[in-house]
Design a protein around this ligand. Sequence first.
Ligand code: NAD
Length: 383
Amino acid sequence: MRVLVLGGDGYLGWPTALHLSDRGHEVAVVDNFARRKYDEELGSQSLVAIEDLSVRVAAWKEVSGKEIPMYVGDLVEADFVYQTVREFQPDTIVHFGEQRAAPYSMIDREHAVYTQYNNVVGNLNVMYAIAELNPEIHLVKLGTMGEYGTPNIDIEEGWLEVEHNGRKDRMLFPKKPGSFYHLSKVHDSHNIEFGCRIWGMRATDLNQGVVYGQQTEQTIRDPRLATRFDYDAIFGTVLNRFVIQAVLGQPLTVYGKGGQTRGMLDIRDTVECLRLAVENPADRGEFRVFNQMTESYSVKHIAELVAERFAGPVQIDYLENPRVEQAEHYYNVKHTGLVELGLKPHFLSDTLIESLFPIVEENKHRVNMENMLPKVKWASAKN
Ligand code: NAD
């Protein structure tokens, strides 16, 4: 298949592009390098050095003999999106290309507006390009488990059978997200479901859990193929951040009591889930939703697991929670769709955590300690 990976320079987009290319698909990547610019803005950087996209692409050609054409441009520019789709003629568009940090979207009004504009408008441009140029294209869109929030009922895969006053319908599962970033994903989901209904689009919405890990079968073939590894309070996802804090001898920063439970998955499963979704397209008119996670853990449990596996003393600090979220809650998620397509999950084993320690050890001179403490507060509205 011909697969266009939007956000193909990012933490997950790059390894996914490699995985799909390795499995025999014709892959191209799109990016505007916004993520690298947030690093400049925040005075931060990936713990593991990453090469420019052109170097990465050339390295993959050297290692595998395969080409990955790159299109550099912004998804909020409709002309660029249309031109790229016309030129590459994809069968599938995998859409990772959004601003993805909840704290970034909560810095102030400007960052909230940027996040929603970037994500919602970019996604709409992609939808229109598909509807106008080739409605057969399968859109595989990255959503997040955070769209659902933490309702006091079981979380289904996207849809819910509702009986109300004696009548029944199949409705989108109600969403109760926890940041303006997560809300942008909810808006995307609604827009895409509408596109499926009115234009007969075929779409898969992947409500992904928190991803951990840094290496895949393809990225380890050459250091120039490495993907990013974030540790800071804005972009660092929780397990990755704890591992880095442990190696640096810094306390693991648990927000509140750490009772918040989240769905998680290994980066090796992310790339495999994407392959499964791409190779098994949704039908025309179908808005298919998968909950892309393999296990649930509370933040406290993750911190304890990291502390237990690290060969050295680890302190766990319970900080005042900068976010507004439930401290303790029910969390039971259905996530069988991808397993039915053939996913064989890697569970959060001791080996995975232990494999991250040497990566961090090797790169710890690159850390900016200042950036590890949370400064963005959910409850304060700033311009
Ligand atoms: P990332 O920030 O590393 O990658 C996103 C990429 O998209 C970046 O390279 C960025 O430059 C690009 N991008 C952003 N806006 C763009 C625009 N307007 N035009 C072109 N390119 C643009 O993020 P990631 O961790 O790889 O996440 C990828 C996707 O997966 C996101 O949509 C995110 O919401 C979703 N997701 C990630 C996680 C996780 O744990 N990392 C969890 C759930 C969902």
